[in-house]
Design a protein around this ligand. Structure first.
Ligand code: GLU
Length: 465
């Protein structure tokens, strides 16, 4: 039997970073076993489902490179099928029609609460064979066994035992004809031959109902792995209060997709104490046994650290391509010469934690002219250093070739002629060409910036002696 997993998001908002982690686990598990990963959009709730959210889900998975092998299936296109299956359950006696009106149900719930009983459906229609006079509207309810246990041997939670007497005769098709989640999910997981359901543990309470439905449909339930939720640093469920929660927000903040995948994989799963994994390693090592039993705490600093490691490890040309849209967004010109942009990136890559930061660091290379920071200028572009700067500029202008070694030669000659130490010249040059006091090595910077811009910036910043 080959492994088949699925990701079944409800398109009712931007894809949450916590949900996508269960998608990642499903994807890794399928890939590890050479199986298939299915995408299913659970859009039966017409009011809350939006096309925009579907687009967001597809874009998020695409960005993270979580390629699905089948789908996306849409539950909204399968409604007739769910109704037919539900009718078949009624015909087989596993489900029944419930003609109780909303008002009756509410009155009984209130009475139950007042009497200190659980306000669950009182099974009025369970033994009815015909509608009360004049009633046509009805829901379909599952005939839950009144006794016995439903046992789930979960890959993460281990053995979980539910008493059937605690469950109610839940609705499978509402009176408006709309089938409910618990029913659709079982029909689909069955039809789509899903072998392993990996999902958030917020759905564990629904699982006994789903297992009972499988049996009623004459099917064997899949295996389950209920993964603990991701919490914020204050141990509350990760939410907007803790910062960005949508997947695409992390793309827009300049994180690399592979870094996000790596970080999320480690959040609730481990392989010894290894922190950094290539995609191939994640696939090779992933197992449900090593999914943690306790909730993962979302740690933005660690995500930043992982991203930094990926930025350092990504070859400069690839990083340049990833950077281009961020330059555009920062209002910077995107150089047509990608090889040159790769050189720019090469000088800065070990300094930036995100692509947004890297774009900012690139600014001085890309704009025509810069304005030195006034404080740095006052401190470093002094009248005293003006003769050495002018001299350096001339030597640079006269260099037969423009590269870091030649540039270093011009610096050395200038330092010797003026009896200066490197810092006394390098810092003013840095302020003049980059605008600030922190940059990569000055020879490298001038080399990449090019002769024309270097000379123009030195001239523009030249202190009056
Ligand atoms: N559509 C459900 C949700 O987004 C998940 C269904 C499932 O994984 O069983 O909460």
């Amino acid at each position: 039997m080959s492994v088949r997993t699925r990701f079944a998001p409800s398109p009712t908002g931007a894809l949450h970073i916590g949900s996508v982690r269960t998608a990642l686990f499903s994807y890794l598990f399928a890939r590890h076993h050479g199986g298939a990963f299915v995408l299913r959009i659970e859009d039966t709730d017409r009011e809350r489902s939006t096309a925009e959210s579907v687009r967001d889900i597809l874009e998020s998975l695409g960005w993270l490179g979580l390629a699905w092998d089948e789908g996306p299936y849409h539950q909204s296109e399968r409604m007739a099928l769910y109704r037919a299956r539900a009718e078949a359950l009624v015909a087989a006696g596993a489900a029944y029609r419930c003609w109780c009106t909303p008002e009756e149900l509410e009155a009984r719930r209130q009475a139950a609460r007042a009497a200190g009983r659980r306000p669950i459906y009182d099974r009025t229609c369970r033994e009815r064979t015909a509608p009360p006079a004049g009633r046509t509207d009805h829901a379909l309810r599952f005939r839950t066994p009144l006794a016995g246990e439903t046992v789930i041997d979960d890959h993460v939670k281990d053995r979980v035992v539910f008493q059937n007497a605690e469950l109610d005769d839940f609705i499978i098709v509402r009176s408006d004809g709309v089938p409910v989640y618990n029913f659709c999910v079982v029909v689909d997981d069955h039809d789509m031959r899903i072998t392993h359901v990996i999902r958030g543990d917020d759905l564990l309470a629904s699982t006994p109902r789903q297992v009972l439905l499988y049996r009623a449909l004459g099917a064997t339930p899949p295996e389950f792995a209920h993964v603990p939720q991701i919490l914020g640093p204050d141990k509350d469920r990760l939410s907007k209060r803790h910062g960005a929660t949508s997947v695409l927000a992390y793309r827009d903040m300049g994180y690399l997709p592979d870094a996000v995948v790596n970080y999320l994989a480690r959040l609730g799963w481990s392989h010894g104490d290894q922190e950094l994994f290539s995609r191939e390693e994640l696939i090779a090592h992933f197992s449900l046994e090593n999914v943690g039993k306790s909730a993962g705490i979302f740690n933005p600093e660690k995500l930043e650290w992982v991203n930094f490691q990926y930025m350092k490890a990504t070859p400069a040309p690839a990083l340049a391509d990833l950077l281009a849209p961020f330059l555009e967004r920062a209002g910077l010109p995107v150089p047509a010469d990608r090889a040159w942009l790769a050189r720019v990136v090469e000088t800065l890559r070990e300094r930036a934690k995100t692509l947004v930061e890297l774009a900012e660091f690139c600014r001085f290379y890309l704009v025509d002219a810069i304005t030195p920071d006034p404080t740095a200028a006052a401190r470093h572009l002094t009248a005293a250093v003006a003769p050495a700067l002018a001299d350096l500029r001339q030597r640079l202008a006269a260099l037969p070739r423009w590269d870091a070694t030649a540039i270093e030669g011009a610096f050395q000659a200038t330092l010797a002629a003026h009896g200066l130490k490197l810092g006394a010249l390098a810092q003013p040059v840095r302020v003049a060409v980059t605008g600030g006091t922190v940059s990569p090595g000055i020879y490298e910077v001038l080399d990449v910036l090019g002769r024309e811009r270097t000379l123009a910036r030195l001239a523009a910043a030249m202190p009056r002696p």
